[in-house]
Design a protein around this ligand. Structure first.
Ligand code: PBG
Length: 323
C-alpha cells in the first residue's frame, strides 16, 4: 500500500498547531459598531429593535455610555445613525447643526477616544424615505448632491473623523470632497459606500430607522445584485473623486465583489455586514438550527475575502469574548 506523501492533516493535529498556522485572524480594531441614536428618547429607556434582537435605539447619553463601555473592552470605531423626530421633503434635520447626529458626534468626541464615523444619507430624514431629493416620483441626482454635501459638512463640523455617504447618487464623493476642502476640512476621511446593492438584507434596518421608501424602491440608485463589473466601476469612480476608504455592502452575499475590489484597487476596504445578515444569524442561533460559532465564521470569511474593516452589529459579542 502507498502512503500519501503530503498529509494535510498533520497541520491540523492540535488546536495549538492550527492556531499558529491560521491565515486569517480577527482583531478588535477590525470592527466598526453601528449605533442608532434617537432624538427625544428619555435616558435609561433604550428601545429594543424587534427586528434586530439585542440591538437598541439609544438616547445620546445612553449611547455615549454604551460606547465608553465598548471602548473599555477594545472598540476603536463607531458609526452613528441618527433618528430624527421630524422628517420633511428635503430632510432638513440631517444638516441641522444641532441635529441628533451632530450632537451625538460632539459628545462622543468629547467623552471617548473612539474614531467617530457617520452615515451620510437622507432617507431617515425625508418624508418620502428616499436617499435624495424627489420630484414627480423621480429621485433627482444633481439636486441631491448639494444636500448630501451639506450633511457631510455638518458632521465634519461636529467633529466626525470619517463621513460615509450611503446614498448612491452619482458624483457625491466628489461633491462632498469639494465642500469639505472649501471649508477647511481637508483631513476628514471619506469612507464611500461604493458598491452598495439594492438588497433585501436591509429590511431590519429600515424597520429600526423607519426609513423604508414611501413609494417605489431604491433600484434606480442602489446596484443590481447581479452585477460585479459595475461594482468595480463604482469603486474606481469613488477613488477618482477622493474616497479614502471604499466599501462593499452587504458583506456575506457579496464576498466575490469584496475580493475583486480588494485585488483590483488595493485600497483600504470596508465591508458592511448589514442588519439582515445579523438578524438571520441571530434567528438561526436562537432557534437552535446553528450554533454561535457561525458568527465568528461569518466575520472570518469577510476578512479573508479582503475586508480591512468590518461594520457589524456583532462587534460587542466579539469584544466581550462571547464568540
Ligand atoms: C441609508 C443606509 C441603509 C443602511 C445603511 N445606510 C439602508 C438603506 O439603504 O436602505 C443599511 C444598514 C443595515 O441594513 O444594517 N441609506
Amino acid at each position: 500500500m502507498e502512503f500519501p506523501i503530503t498529509r494535510m492533516r498533520r497541520l491540523r493535529k492540535t488546536p495549538q498547531i492550527r492556531n499558529i498556522l491560521s491565515e486569517t485572524k480577527l482583531n478588535p480594531e477590525d470592527f466598526i459598531y453601528p449605533m442608532y441614536v434617537k432624538e427625544g428618547l428619555a435616558d435609561g429607556h433604550a428601545e429594543h429593535i424587534s427586528t434586530m434582537p439585542g440591538q437598541y435605539r439609544y438616547s445620546i447619553n445612553d449611547a455615549v455610555e454604551k460606547a465608553r463601555e465598548l471602548e473599555d473592552i477594545g472598540l476603536s470605531s463607531i458609526m452613528i445613525f441618527g433618528l430624527p423626530l421630524e422628517k420633511d421633503e428635503k430632510g432638513s434635520q440631517a444638516y441641522n447643526k444641532d441635529g441628533i447626529v451632530q450632537q451625538a458626534v460632539r459628545r462622543m468626541k468629547e467623552e471617548t477616544d473612539l474614531i467617530v464615523m457617520t452615515d451620510v444619507c437622507m432617507c431617515q430624514y425625508t418624508s418620502h424615505g428616499h436617499c435624495g431629493m424627489v420630484k414627480d416620483d423621480k429621485i433627482l441626482n444633481d439636486e441631491s448632491l448639494n444636500y448630501i454635501s451639506k450633511i457631510a459638512l455638518s458632521h465634519a463640523e461636529a467633529g466626525a473623523d470619517v463621513v460615509a455617504p450611503s446614498d448612491m447618487m452619482d458624483g457625491r464623493v466628489g461633491a462632498i470632497r469639494k465642500t469639505l476642502d472649501l471649508n477647511g476640512y481637508y483631513d476628514t476621511i471619506i469612507m464611500a459606500y461604493s458598491a452598495k446593492y439594492a438588497s433585501s438584507f436591509y429590511a431590519p434596518f429600515r424597520e429600526a430607522a423607519s426609513s423604508a421608501p414611501g413609494f417605489g424602491d431604491r433600484k434606480t440608485y442602489q446596484m443590481d445584485p447581479s452585477n460585479l463589473l459595475e461594482a468595480l466601476r463604482e469603486v474606481e469612480l469613488d477613488i477618482g473623486e477622493g474616497a479614502d476608504i471604499v466599501m462593499v455592502k452587504p458583506a456575506m452575499p457579496y464576498l466575490d465583489v469584496l475580493k475583486a475590489v480588494k485585488d483590483e484597487f488595493k485600497m483600504p476596504t470596508a465591508a458592511y455586514q448589514v442588519s439582515g445578515e445579523y438578524s438571520m444569524l441571530k434567528a438561526g442561533i436562537d432557534a437552535g438550527y446553528i450554533t454561535e460559532d457561525s458568527i465568528y465564521e461569518s466575520l472570518l470569511s469577510i476578512k479573508r475575502a479582503g475586508a480591512d474593516l468590518i461594520i457589524t452589529y456583532f462587534a460587542p459579542e466579539f469584544l466581550e469574548g462571547k464568540i
